[in-house]
Design a protein around this ligand. Structure first.
Ligand code: FAD
Length: 621
């Protein structure tokens, strides 16, 4: 710990260069570029405190446009339009930008991630040619208008309608009720000239579900166009440099080509065409392409946690309280208190863990979207991991910022020390890009779907062996804890015989095995409980008990909403034996060497869950 006779921070014994290289990972260059940019905009942090809301919005817009000029925020777009052609780098740039002012960050996210991302992912060449170069350079500001006052998480129930008129080959955009007005839309209140608007598509009197269209909102001078009504959302808890607003449409006409038609189109004579037949699958495929936003917000949450921890740890290495008892009357450094360490170190460790989880996720995103890993399973896994990681990272940020604020005492409360802005600006990270609770239910649904699908993959002999294994396991589990540990030892490198308790704790493979065991054990437990409930009578949608703790809830009751259980129940109804097996099941690990879920996948036995409608793994906002 620090030398107590000095007020200087202690000399660190870590190899800073090596640690930086490790943390910067494969996108070290872009991270360095953005880090070097940030000091030039440090004054924005003070502007947020001192300027009026209107002034600050303009200031933030100017900074975003300046940064756009450097090319640092267009990394995810194709090079032929002026982008960097590297999606992974664009996440790294965004993550690094989050060390600075978060209104700037979120406005970047709205313009390049949400608006630009929708044009890129949902549009085709005609949209790319028309919009990408201008939006990447910041010449065309836009917004992403999905959420409505009445519907945020449940996007499939949106009330805005786009009706095709074959006489003029146009879509007519209408807000059907006041509550169907778009709400919270970033860039809408002041700066967006166009919006990617999500609406129910109606062609020839038939509804085809939610689709996205590019709709002009303002002219070049910034005046709102006829048929469009826009209102300011007003002051917010934070992020006041972003102009969020509401939008209503009254019969606004846009040409047929305004439909972002990568997954579905309407011919001139009014025929709806799509290669994806199932409307549900089409909708979730569309939304799945927008997963980048979710990955980005999670990354920003981790960065905010790093900023808070940096401030709090440094403070605790300078600040002294209460005499140590030494003759010289010196006082104790805060970080030398065990209590202070217990408040900061676990959060520091979790933040490192989430950093590396984000790094893996961003790598997966890059591989899937760059075509390096076109596998359908990889895409589904990415969507599920993005949902889970976003929830955990943003809740981590909320928790870390609060604890670090308190760890700095009164000094933490002064705006100059950044916690006021960090708290206010990161708070909504848990809500936008998908409410965290709703996201975790989706993760739970995916896990239970996997669990269910394994039973139908086992052949008859496999099932018998499986049941035998489970019976043994269940008995073991219900006896003593050390017997449970015996099962865990089987998972360890070297196996049961050679396991060394000391080296195990230092072995990363051991920790991964323990986490896997815990995951499987808990999924099995949840599935069993729900199976039990189903057997007792249909109590769809009821939670077994209210979650006691939010973070525990993610792996316990809170994971599983009523809808998530439907596939499991349907499966049990069709395969009563599998249902009985599930009820007996203690864990998914098998003492006698039967396949674990991972092994099943590796041996190609796992069914393509997406091919079965009742195992639909939806991703929704
Ligand atoms: C600052 C800000 C910026 C935004 N920017 C944009 C933007 O640019 N474009 C855009 O389209 N949208 C934007 N949004 C909207 C944002 O995406 C939504 O607010 C978010 O998706 C949540 O929707 P909601 O507000 O309707 O909450 P709701 O969906 O009504 O959720 C309210 C509460 O109900 C709970 N809940 C909901 N469904 C369930 C369920 N099935 N089971 C259990 N609990 C449930 C949630 O956990 C939550 O606690 C923004 C929002 C904010 C605040």
């Amino acid at each position: 710990m620090a030398d107590e006779t000095t007020t200087e921070p202690p000399v660190l014994s870590v190899d800073v260069e090596a640690l930086t290289a490790l943390l910067d990972g494969r996108h070290a260059d872009i991270r360095r570029t953005v880090r070097e940019l940030l000091p030039a905009y440090a004054s924005v942090l003070e502007d947020a405190e001192e300027m009026t809301r209107e002034e600050f919005r303009e200031r933030v817009k100017d900074v975003v446009l300046e940064i756009a000029g450097t090319g640092a925020v267009g990394m995810g777009f194709p090079t032929e339009y002026g982008g960097g052609g590297d999606l992974g780098a664009s996440i790294a740039a965004f993550e690094t930008l989050a060390y600075g002012d978060l209104s700037v960050l979120v406005k970047v996210g709205v313009q390049f991630g949400l608006f630009g991302g929708a044009i890129l992912q949902l549009g085709t060449e005609r949209h790319h040619d028309r919009y990408l170069a201008d939006l990447i350079a910041g010449r065309l500001m836009g917004c992403f208008a999905m959420t409505e006052t009445a519907h945020g998480s449940n996007v499939q129930a949106l009330g805005t309608v786009a009706t095709y008129d074959p006489d003029t080959a146009e879509f007519v955009i209408t807000t059907t009720t006041p509550e169907a007005g778009k709400d919270y839309i970033g860039n809408a209140a002041r700066h967006a000239r166009v919006g990617v608007v999500f609406a129910q598509l109606e062609v020839g009197g038939e509804g085809h579900g939610v689709h996205a269209l590019v709709v002009p909102l303002r002219d070049e001078e910034g005046s709102v166009l006829p048929g469009v009504r826009i209102e300011d959302d007003g002051p917010k808890m934070g992020l006041n440099g972003v102009d969020n607003g509401r939008i209503w449409f009254d019969g606004v006409r846009v040409p047929r080509e305004a439909l972002l038609n990568r997954f579905a189109d309407v011919t001139e004579d009014g025929t709806y065409v799509s290669e994806i037949e199932s409307p549900g699958r089409r909708f979730f495929t569309m939304l799945g392409t927008l997963v980048q936003g979710r990955v980005s917000v999670g990354a920003a949450g981790v960065s905010a946690a790093k900023v808070a921890l940096t401030i709090a740890v440094r403070y605790s290495l300078l600040r002294r309280q209460f005499e140590t008892g030494a003759d010289d009357g010196s006082e104790q450094l805060l970080l030398d208190y065990g209590l202070h360490q217990r408040r900061l170190f676990p959060r520091l460790a979790r933040t490192y863990a989430m950093h590396f989880a984000q790094e893996v996720l961003a790598g997966d995103l890059h591989d899937v979207f760059s075509g390096l890993n076109p596998d359908d399973d990889a895409r589904r896994l990415l969507e599920s991991r993005a949902a889970g990681t976003k929830a955990l990272s943003t809740w981590l940020a909320t928790d870390v910022v609060q604890e670090c604020r308190e760890a700095c005492g009164g000094a933490g409360y002064l705006s100059v020390n950044r916690f006021a802005a960090l708290k206010a600006d990161t708070d909504v990270f848990t809500t936008f890009e998908g409410d965290n609770h709703v996201l975790l239910q989706l993760v739970g649904k995916g896990l239970l779907t996997d669990y269910a699908s394994e039973f139908s993959d086992l052949d008859q002999l496999g099932t018998v062996r499986f049941v035998a294994g489970l019976a043994v396991e269940t008995v073991l589990e219900r006896t003593r804890v050390h017997q449970l540990l015996e099962q865990v030892k089987e998972l360890l490198p070297g196996g049961n015989e050679e396991w060394d308790t000391d080296t195990g704790l230092l072995d990363p493979t051991y920790h991964v095995a323990m986490f896997r065991f815990r995951e499987e054990h808990r999924i099995g437990g949840v599935a069993r409980r729900r199976q039990h409930e189903a057997a007792l009578g249909d109590r769809a949608g009821k939670m077994p008990a209210p979650p006691v703790d939010r973070r525990r809830a993610e792996t316990r009751h809170g994971l599983v909403g009523g809808r998530a259980l439907a596939p499991r129940r349907q499966h049990a109804a069709r395969h009563p034996r599998a249902g009985a097996v599930a009820e007996m099941r203690g864990t998914l690990h098998h003492l006698d060497g039967h396949a674990t879920r991972g092994e099943l996948r590796r041996t190609g036995k796992a069914r393509d869950a997406g091919s079965d409608d009742c195992y639909d793994r939806s991703i929704q906002r």
